[in-house]
Design a protein around this ligand. Structure first.
Ligand code: ADP
Ligand code: TRP
Length: 333
């Protein structure tokens, strides 16, 4: 039996290097291993907690799908779908909501951060919080548990959500006997948090991202914007303390990364280091960028792939949901 691995990305912004290194790259590496059955998806209904514009939702959602494929996800091997095309997820989400203590949601970090921010600004705690955002972790638990997922590759900030999924599963299992598989998260250790242009976590919320499929010229410009100190070119630099090196080693071969490490230690100008970073990144991204553009230009083809994926997903989710419903006494056969 293959191990089920599952992860989703919500369409709330252009995919950036942090998303790639923290979530997509490790997920693609697992998908290549024979012992795993991957289910990777576009979490469009999670995106709806934030994106309330038709064109934007459509464009961003296609963008996530095209990104997965452009980076090498093989839809004939993986189950690759749009969350909104698998209605069983939403049915299970309600069932799980009835096993989710409200207090657990109060403690979920996205909601908590908003509520605390509101309090600090002297506003009512729940200002700007919709119920989709508040119950976000339940829908995510449903994504995970419906596929009997064992492994969830995510960035560090999503650990809490996977733990919530486990808690909900345990609570259900406790009442009805073992039903849901308890999921584990996997976090890419070395780059658990990739820094952005200003040194804080790269995030669309901070406006400090490098979009993955940026045109070469723009890419170069963004790399030039990376914050560095004022040490002179000849001064030795600590590679482990540098955003430029953190990025470089993600795209270069091990040998090249070692070489760059030495150059940092013996002194390299920031301008030179940035130029080298651009080259290695651009070389890696050229082909996927082209593929991404092709897919974005053929929405029908993209849609067909996703609909096929949803059909595959539902073959798996329909019978399992029936089993769950039977356990709770909703189906009487
Ligand atoms: P953002 O912070 O830009 O809003 P998301 O919350 O949509 O990004 O994250 C999508 C996935 O990418 C998650 O698994 C998240 O943990 C991962 N991720 C996002 N930013 C980074 C980063 N700077 N370093 C590592 N992983 C990241
Ligand atoms: N919440 C995740 C994020 O913001 C996206 C997501 C939705 C997800 N459902 C999931 C990730 C299930 C892993 C498993 O990045």
């Amino acid at each position: 039996m293959k191990k089920q691995v599952l992860t989703g990305i919500k369409p709330t912004g252009k995919v950036h290097l942090g998303n790639y290194i923290g979530a997509i790259k490790p997920a693609l590496e697992l998908a290549r291993q024979e012992s795993y059955q991957p289910a990777y998806f576009v979490a469009d209904y999670h995106g709806l907690t934030k994106i309330h514009n038709k064109e934007e939702m459509n464009e961003l959602s296609r963008g996530i799908a095209a990104t997965w494929l452009a980076l090498g996800l093989d839809p004939s091997k993986a189950i690759f779908y749009r969350q909104s095309d698998v209605p069983e997820i939403f049915e299970l989400s309600w069932i799980l909501a009835c096993f989710s203590p409200k207090g657990l949601m109060n403690r979920a970090h996205a909601y908590k951060a908003l509520a605390e921010g509101n309090a600090q600004a002297g506003k009512e705690a729940d200002t700007g919080v919709n119920m989709g955002l508040f119950t976000y972790p339940i829908l995510m638990a449903s994504d995970i548990l419906l596929f009997q997922t064992e492994v969830v590759p995510v960035g560090k900030d999503q650990i809490q959500h996977v733990e919530i999924a486990r808690d909900i599963a345990e609570s259900f299992n406790h009442t009805y006997g073992v039903t849901f598989t308890l999921p584990h998260y996997i976090v890419e250790k070395e780059t658990a948090v990739l820094p952005g242009l200003d040194g804080r976590k790269m995030s669309k919320s901070y406006n400090n991202t490098i979009p993955l499929f940026e045109e070469p010229k723009k890419l170069q410009k963004l790399i030039n914007k990376i914050k560095t100190d004022s040490s002179p070119p000849a001064a030795p630099k600590n590679p482990d303390d540098s955003i430029i090196f953190s990025l470089y080693k993600e795209f270069a071969s091990e040998a090249k990364a070692d070489e760059m490490k030495n150059r940092f230690q013996s002194g390299i100008g920031w301008g030179e280091a940035k130029k080298e970073l651009f080259e290695v990144m651009n070389e890696f991204l050229e082909e996927p960028r082209e593929k991404y553009r092709e897919l974005m230009d053929s929405p029908e083809k993209l849609n067909e792939i996703l609909m096929d994926g949803a059909e595959k997903a539902r073959k798996k989710t329909r019978p399992f949901l029936q089993e769950v419903k039977r356990k709770i006494g909703i189906l009487h056969s």
